[in-house]
Design a protein around this ligand. Structure first.
Ligand code: ARG
Ligand code: ZN
Length: 849
């Protein structure tokens, strides 16, 4: 067990490393329990930094011996690393350590997954492999020799040589240790070739376990598209002779951008039409792009320290979103991203885990791979781009690449490139990086003598450690519609910088209807008094697809809030508006599917809490149910017609057109099942030749209480496929009556296919429970108890995955005293468990405060 009161690290305490690394030679003698790692590291003192002793990070390492310039040394060893005297001149450090990959259940450092050796080093996992300055501002050139009896042995960079029982790799690009990777096992590759625009021939491989070869084609195509897109849009080429991707079943996160050797959670790369849904395909394409794009935004230019994580993650998420928008539908991508941002990031920003996009302190950095750093970080890039324009953005990014190639950088470096390339002062913009919380933007308006004025007021609520907030620069994209629905003022970006600010539009014949925050131009909450009639007008007429969707969303939300608060009947204005929207065949089916979706239970709870009310999870669930039943009745004929019209008859392709048709048909099927008791869902299930249709039909049947036999059949059909089985585990909880969700989840944790060793499986069950508020927050407290039981079981094995799941409790302050008391009891029980990790202690400590 680790230190019981771990100390935070502060951004303000940053100091440069006393020693730099020129070159590293590593030799791995692989063995499941006794792997030997031999290192030879060429160090030199950092110019201008006072001489000091040499400290190397190292955890859970058994040191066999160490030398400096060939002479044996006896360093001081603690839980955190090794300290020794070192010359004030270049020197060579050598060490041999022994590590135990088989015992590594935390999946950080070198571990075994189904007998395959693999690594995960970001953020601070390399120190579990050997003694090293494990910080991103130390960049070295790595040469790696792997000795073992695995048929395939991979590391970063280019292959140098191989023979019987060994392989050597050399990565010419200096890199921090977190980008190191090694994979060895019985693997087979699907291979391809890509010629970069300057003529470099690159071998592309996706490595999988034998049997999974047929699941790589889509991922390979996505990789090629990503490589082309980065050349065309950002002018960035690949820089090695080989690009390897490996699929690993046991992985804490989605994927990892190790130089030349990306390692993927198998769920984020493997796909066939039978086993993956349309959403899975889109996500796989985005994650392959994301990791590939890191080669420039992350690897060639990396982070100086982990406080700068958003420098690579926010930017790379922004880039992968641009890529998806180009490959598919830009409005559909934007709407989906905002739905996710509000569900995850606004929730985080409104609760005890709120932190700035660039945090100022942490105890465990793994706890900061958050929606705020990633998704809000990407929103900041989007705002910057809007503020400086497309050309300014392109110039600034080019300058950043040329100026900082090969360096470990900060947000200051990034913003300076923008200031220098565009001449714009970004001092105020920088507050977006340092102040947490979602700004509220209150809007009022006035109209006289043909002048229409919008008055804005911004306010950001206090967040933990930040009672005072300052006005931010907010790009507000606005358009105006005339009474007949025509656009009278096209989109214009208003730049708000003050606490209160007004913007006028002259020469208007009549009072317009404003379309505010088009394309969701800033991550803020707009508060404006309006009517459902005006929302319906915007849903019908807005030219901005995001705000068109937003108007429908607001209508649905207001309808549901009234139903939740006083059991009101659904507003006919909403029903009419959504009905009209659905029948508009000029609208993309994917858009219509999104516009048919209702605000989630958690989003509604968050909204109510934001209005000073105490949400009742059961009442929220019932209101959504009631609204669905009403919608199913009110639109019966339309739904039947839409379902029939959106059957895809062509062979399955995971492209946006087919996926959009299936998304609409499946959304409609959910409503149809409310009336027909599952007849059509059963027919769809029986006829399905792809997972998108099969899984949606199973979900409908389970929700209708008619899914038991089909669910058993599904299990028998797919029990050999881990990724499909994860869906099966999750769906039963997501589709259960909330009164039964916790029991269902508990029963599934007893299933022979449940295991704590596989993070995907754990998340399939416990993540699903956390995603059904009326089940998780059931008044019995069963949901809380099960979550705590499972976190106590997982935490000693896998702190990272356990700590992330703790966020299930982050909303506890929203609820009534009885629920709060039950949650506090469970939090305290987890904290008191022997073996509670520092990851989990930090998370629950912040949540409880
Ligand atoms: N850099 C990876 C990405 O592409 C995420 C790795 C996070 N891993 C971790 N253990 N925190 O986003
Ligand atoms: Zn990333």
């Amino acid at each position: 067990m680790k230190d019981a009161s771990p100390q935070p690290v502060y951004l303000a305490d940053y100091t440069p490393p006393p020693f730099l690394v020129d070159a590293v030679h590593l030799t791995f003698r692989l063995h499941p329990e006794k792997t030997r790692v031999l290192s030879r590291i060429e160090f030199r003192p950092t110019p201008g930094v006072p001489a000091s002793r040499l400290f190397l990070h190292g955890e859970n390492l058994h040191l066999i011996d160490a030398k400096i310039d060939g002479t044996a040394i006896t360093p001081e060893i603690t839980d955190e690393g090794l300290t020794t005297d070192a010359p004030d001149a270049p020197f060579t450090f050598e060490a041999e350590v022994e590590i135990d990959p088989a015992a590594n259940t935390a999946l950080e450092g070198l571990y075994l997954s189904n007998g395959m050796f693999c690594t995960q080093c970001e953020a601070e996992g390399f120190r579990k492999i050997t003694y090293y300055p494990d910080r991103p501002d130390v960049m070295g050139v790595f040469t790696v020799r792997i000795e073992g009896d695995q048929p395939v042995m991979l590391s970063n960079g280019n292959p140098v040589a191989r023979g019987d029982g060994w392989a050597e790799w050399h990565d010419p690009w200096p890199k921090p240790a977190y980008l190191f990777a090694l994979v060895a096992g019985d693997l087979v590759a699907q291979s391809d070739r890509f010629t970069t625009r300057s003529g470099r021939e690159v071998d592309l491989n996706i490595w999988v376990r034998p049997g999974d070869e047929d699941k790589c084609a889509f991922g390979m195509a996505a990789l090629r598209k990503s490589m082309t897109w980065d050349e065309e849009v950002y002018g960035r080429e690949y820089d090695l002779d080989i690009f390897n991707i490996v699929a690993v079943d046991d992985f804490n996160m989605g994927a990892m951008e190790n130089k030349g050797l990306n390692i993927f959670n198998s769920s984020c790369v493997l796909s066939t039409s039978e086993t993956a849904t349309d959403d899975n395909f889109e996500r796989i394409e985005a994650i392959i792009a994301h990791e590939y794009f890191h080669n420039w935004t992350g690897n060639r230019i990396t982070c100086r320290d982990w406080f700068q994580l958003c420098l690579k993650e926010g930017l790379t998420v922004f880039r992968d979103a641009e890529f998806t928008a180009d490959m598919r539908s830009a409005p559909v991508k934007r709407i989906s991203d905002v739905i996710a941002l509000r569900a995850r990031q606004f929730r985080e920003d409104a609760g005890p885990l709120a932190h700035p996009v660039r945090p100022e302190s942490f105890i465990e950095i793994n706890n900061f791979y958050t929606a705020t750093v990633y998704e809000k970080g990407a929103e900041l890039i989007g705002m910057l781009k809007r503020l400086v324009g497309d050309e300014g953005y392109a110039r600034a990014v080019d300058l950043y690449f040329t100026r900082h190639d090969g360096q470990a950088c900060t947000i200051e470096d990034w913003l300076a490139a923008f200031e220098d390339a565009t001449g714009r002062d970004l001092a105020q913009f920088k507050r977006w990086y340092s102040e947490a919380g979602t700004p509220r933007l209150r809007v009022t308006e006035s109209f006289n003598n043909s002048t229409y004025t919008l008055h804005f007021e911004q306010e950001t609520p206090p967040t933990p450690g930040q009672p005072e907030k300052h006005p931010r620069v907010i790009p507000i994209a606005v358009g105006l519609l005339g009474p007949n629905g025509d656009e009278v003022v096209p989109t214009r970006v208003l730049e708000m910088t003050g606490t209160r600010q007004s913007f006028s539009f002259d020469g208007l014949a009549a009072r317009p209807v404003p379309s505010i925050l088009r394309d969701f131009s800033a991550p803020v909450i707009v508060e404006r008094e309006t009517t459902n009639a005006e929302r319906a007008f915007l849903l019908a007429h807005d030219t901005d697809p995001f705000n068109k969707w937003e108007a429908g969303r607001a209508l649905a939300r207001e309808t549901l809030l009234a139903m939740i608060r006083d059991g009101a009947a659904p507003d006919p204005a909403y029903l009419d508006a959504v009905h009209t929207m659905l029948r508009d065949d000029t609208l993309d089916p994917a858009f219509r599917a999104l516009a048919l979706g209702l605000p989630g239970e958690d989003e509604l709870a968050q909204t109510l809490f934001g209005l000073g009310e105490t949400p009742d999870p059961q009442a929220i669930w019932e209101a959504r149910e009631a609204l669905d039943i009403t919608r199913a009745d009110a639109m019966q004929g339309t739904l039947d017609a839409l379902y029939a019209a959106h059957q895809v008859t062509a062979p399955y392709r995971p492209d946006p057109d087919q996926a959009g048709a299936r998304a609409l048909a499946n959304a409609v099927l959910g409503l149809i099942t409310r009336r027909d008791g599952g007849a059509r869902a059963l027919a769809q299930y029986d006829a399905a030749d792809n997972m998108t249709l099969q899984l949606a039909a199973l979900g409908c049947l389970l929700r209708a209480g008619k899914g038991a036999d089909v669910s058993d059949a599904f299990y028998r059909q797919w029990r050999h496929d881990r990724l499909v089985l994860d869906k099966w585990f999750g769906l039963q909880i997501l589709s259960a009556d909330p009164a039964e969700a916790a029991e269902t989840a508990a029963r599934l944790t007893e299933h022979p296919d449940f295991t704590l060793r596989n993070p995907n499986r754990f998340r399939a069950v416990l993540g699903a429970l956390a995603a059904v508020p009326a089940g998780f927050h059931h008044a019995s407290g069963r949901g809380y108890r099960l979550m705590a039981d499972m976190l106590i079981a997982l935490d000693p094995l896998n702190p990272q995955t356990a700590a992330r799941m703790c966020a299930a409790f982050e909303t506890w302050r929203r609820y009534d005293p009885a629920r709060q008391e039950m949650i506090r009891t469970q939090i305290d029980r987890i904290l008191a468990a022997p073996g509670a990790s520092r990851d989990t202690i930090e998370m629950l400590g912040r949540i409880r405060d």
